[in-house]
Design a binder for this molecule. Structure first.
Ligand code: SF4
Length: 277
């Protein structure tokens, strides 16, 4: 079978960096070591880290002593302060692109702007950006939601790093229409967009598409959804074992892609299996 792998399948820069930092910390740290939530949305990688001693907690107040790893999509300002108060050793794996969004939110707050964060109000990254606005920021996931927000005459805008450009553009266009002074920081990261565009193109050129990644990974689920729209024969799997139950009858060309939190060691066996079919 002809197998084509998307060029950017798997870890983005920020996730790769966070994973490297976490494994290094697990190798070198003597005392207890924690992460605030799973480091990435991939159960196989998190399982490996747990075998090496990582404990995943949901609240920083559960940690009495030791080392805490901050995930690539960042933590709240309050959690950062709490870690310092508790004298915890911090391994800060926050992606530099997310840190940039924090920095802009803080700047807009200091300069007295009303702050709009274009993104999902329940996503940890958006919550972390909002925490740098001292409760004055508002998360706006869509143009429809913006309609219910009263805008001041000075508005500052940042985006969730994984936001779609189209939504960001529609929200800022409306803000410009309704406000006098608008300061915009485009903090969208291209990694998601590049993965989506490549996967859609590959799905269109293939008889079947395989998407690898955690079922709890929003970006992997989104890749599956987008590929399915172009190629209805799209399979979302976490590991190679799941392929054995899938039918590849009549397939000559198969495309393979993977979410930004999927490691190479989960992608390679899938490619090997498909090549041998
Ligand atoms: S998607 Fe972009 S912002 Fe998010 S972790 Fe990856 S590189 Fe960083």
């Amino acid at each position: 079978m002809d197998v084509t792998i998307a060029r950017h399948a798997g870890f983005c820069f920020g996730v790769q960096r966070a994973i490297d930092m976490a494994f290094k910390a697990l190798d070198e740290t003597k005392g207890p070591i924690f992460s605030l939530g799973p480091i990435i949305h991939n159960p196989q990688v998190v399982g490996k880290m747990q075998e090496m001693g990582l404990k995943v907690v949901s609240d920083i107040r559960e940690i009495g002593v030791g080392t805490v790893i901050f995930r690539s999509h960042g933590v709240n300002a309050e959690e950062r302060d709490e870690a310092a108060k508790r004298n915890l050793t911090v391994v800060d794996a926050t992606c530099p692109f997310v840190e940039k969004a924090h920095e802009y939110a803080r700047k807009l707050d200091t300069e007295g702007y009303q702050i709009i964060v274009v993104g999902d109000p329940n996503h940890p990254e958006v919550l972390s950006i909002l925490s740098y606005t001292r409760g004055r920021g508002v998360a706006v996931p869509s143009l429809e939601i913006l309609e219910g927000v009263t805008l001041s005459q000075r508005v500052g805008v940042v985006s969730q790093t994984t936001q779609s450009f189209e939504t960001f553009q529609s929200v800022i266009t409306e803000i410009i229409r309704r406000s006098r002074q608008v300061l915009i920081f485009n903090t969208i990261c291209d990694a998601t967009k590049i993965r989506q565009e490549e996967s859609i193109r590959l799905a269109g050129e293939s008889d079947c598409m395989v998407v690898i990644g955690g079922r709890n990974s929003a970006n992997t689920r989104r890749l599956t959804e987008l590929c399915s729209q172009v190629q209805p024969r799209t399979y979302h799997i976490e590991t190679v074992d799941e392929l054995k139950e899938k039918s590849f009858e009549g397939v000559e060309k198969v495309g393979v892609t993977a979410g930004a939190s999927t490691p190479q060691w989960l992608i390679e066996p899938v490619v090997g299996y498909l090549k041998n079919l």
